[in-house]
Design a protein around this ligand. Structure first.
Ligand code: AMP
Ligand code: ZN
Length: 489
């Protein structure tokens, strides 16, 4: 008798045989495990498929759909493509503080001159709290060292240097080495600017929504450090490329979250160097908690967990009294900040997009040289840029920002109401309220500057897509009117 897994899976060996007359063999057990495992995995993939099915087949070109599936789920990550296929509040004090956090955002304790900041850097950092902060301007003002100054400024502003007794020179060394790691492969996109950009966006989420008041100092410290190191020593190639090309890193991490595992491991390895050990004055318990948080957050930046992460948070938020885990919340925030550039001002978003495409095309060149199939968006001669950006905004960034905002309002709502009750007698200003239209006025709402940017950017890409389609149609017409002569070999 031949038993076969009903799923045409390649997860384990499906061709196990079992003869009814024979004694139970260890591989019978293995086969049973296989069936159970398959159910779990296929259920999970089916969930992701449900999410992806929201992407209507005719809403985006097939190439874009394929890219969304292969990048933001685990469905096609390593599948071979045939060449012809189209491709709780801690205390009342916390709550009260929430009522005044707008004016008294930072817990910077020291005004002692620590590291010297060039005047131009100080000027650019005045806009650090803005949603569309210009990290490119900081890069220029800092002579190519945005991570060093921005990282230092943030850790000082939140009082982390003081609270966790981080020796200033050690912090400077650590940030400089992190910055160097980001520059190692000269990536057009995954470089020190991206690290600084994500860290600044996380800062916006912490301070402008009030999230910092829900988190402990250690959680804030871990969140900021996770943002700074989240793509450390990025190779400028995707996880899929590592897997398909059988890189050393893929070998080391068994094809799972290859880059993310490397970013975390290399960053913690760097912190073992005494000269860079910013954690040297943490207690053993603090260190363990910090490490767990950073690992969770950075692993959650693996895009193949995107749909699962959103789905889990949505179902949690649909409960009558959701309890949101700190690590899940900060992970979602970091993930959203990581993909937030389409939600920034057009000039910034456009620049990021061009840089990312440059990086993808360089990967495509490597794939061609290695005889590997092109990864989606990596073929410089066949990539629908505007369409892919519309797809990325509509199906990835907008839903992510939506869930993240719902989560923040759910977490911060009760904090806001207790702060309001405590501060109404003290006469403090209400916090951060921008109640939109028909929402009940007592429902806490955060500011969402990304909504307008997403809509503006999408409109521009749509105009661009229409122009591109017109140009392609014209070219097709010209080619069919003037066919190329067939040359005999
Ligand atoms: P990370 O690689 O950790 O920075 O995660 C960001 C990922 O989001 C990138 O690697 C891309 O897969 C995706 N992404 C970000 N911006 C864009 C964009 N403009 N178009 C397409 N994909 C994007
Ligand atoms: Zn990133």
């Amino acid at each position: 008798m031949l038993l076969k897994c009903s799923k045409r899976c390649t997860l384990t060996r499906p061709n196990l045989q079992w003869r009814a007359s024979s004694q139970p063999q260890p591989w019978c057990l293995a086969f049973l495990f296989h069936l159970i495992w398959c159910r779990v995995i296929h259920r999970r993939l089916a969930d992701e498929d449900d999410e992806l099915s929201e992407v209507q087949p005719d809403a985006v070109p097939p190439e874009v759909r394929e890219w969304l599936a292969s990048t933001f789920t685990r469905q096609l990550a390593t599948a071979k493509r045939k060449s012809d296929e189209k491709p709780k509040f801690r205390s009342v004090a916390h709550a009260i503080r929430a009522g005044i956090f707008v004016d008294r955002i930072y817990r910077r304790v020291t005004s002692t001159a620590l590291m010297q900041f060039p005047q131009d850097v100080v000027r650019v950092l005045k806009t650090l709290d803005e949603w569309s902060f210009d990290v490119f301007a900081l890069h220029e003002a800092s002579a190519g060292a945005p991570v060093k100054y921005l990282g230092y400024e943030l850790l000082n502003r939140y009082g982390m240097i003081h609270k966790f007794k981080v020796p200033p020179t050690i912090l400077e060394n650590f940030l400089s080495r992190i910055e160097e790691g980001y520059c190692k492969f000269h990536n057009p996109y995954h470089n020190n600017l991206h690290a600084a950009d994500v860290a600044q966006t996380v800062h916006y989420m912490l301070c402008q929504t009030g999230l910092m008041n829900w988190l402990s100092d250690l959680e804030i410290f871990a969140t900021l450090v996770a943002a700074v190191v989240h793509d450390y020593e990025h190779t400028g190639t995707t996880n899929n490329f590592h897997v398909m090309s059988g890189s050393e890193t893929a070998l080391l991490y068994n094809d799972r979250a290859v880059l993310e595992n490397h970013h975390i491991s290399a960053a913690f390895r760097l912190m073992r160097d005494e000269e860079c050990n910013i954690l040297q004055n943490l207690s053993r318990d603090e260190f363990r908690e910090f490490r767990t948080l950073v690992i969770d957050m950075v692993l959650a930046t693996d895009m193949s967990f995107h749909f699962q992460q959103l789905k889990n948070m949505r179902s949690l938020l649909s409960l009558a009294e959701p309890t949101i885990d700190k690590s899940k919340a900060t992970s979602l925030v970091l993930h959203c900040c990581d993909i937030s550039h389409p939600a920034k001002r057009w000039d910034l978003h456009h620049r990021w997009t061009m840089s990312l495409l440059d990086e993808f095309f360089l990967q495509g060149d490597k794939e061609r040289d290695l005889g590997l199939p092109f990864s989606p968006l990596c073929d410089r001669n066949n990539t629908l840029v505007a369409e892919s950006q519309i797809g990325f905004i509509e199906f990835i960034v907008e839903p992510s920002m939506g869930v993240c905002a719902d989560m923040l309002e759910c977490i911060l709502g009760p904090l806001h109401s207790s702060a309001k009750n405590s501060t109404s007698t003290a006469g403090s200003e209400p916090i951060n309220e921008e109640n939109a239209g028909s929402e009940p006025s007592n429902k806490f709402k955060i500011r969402k500057p990304w909504i307008a940017c997403l809509s503006d950017n999408k409109k521009i890409w749509k105009e661009q897509a229409a122009k591109d389609a017109e140009a392609r149609a014209k070219q097709d017409e010209e080619e069919s009117a003037d066919p190329q002569p067939v040359t005999e070999e």
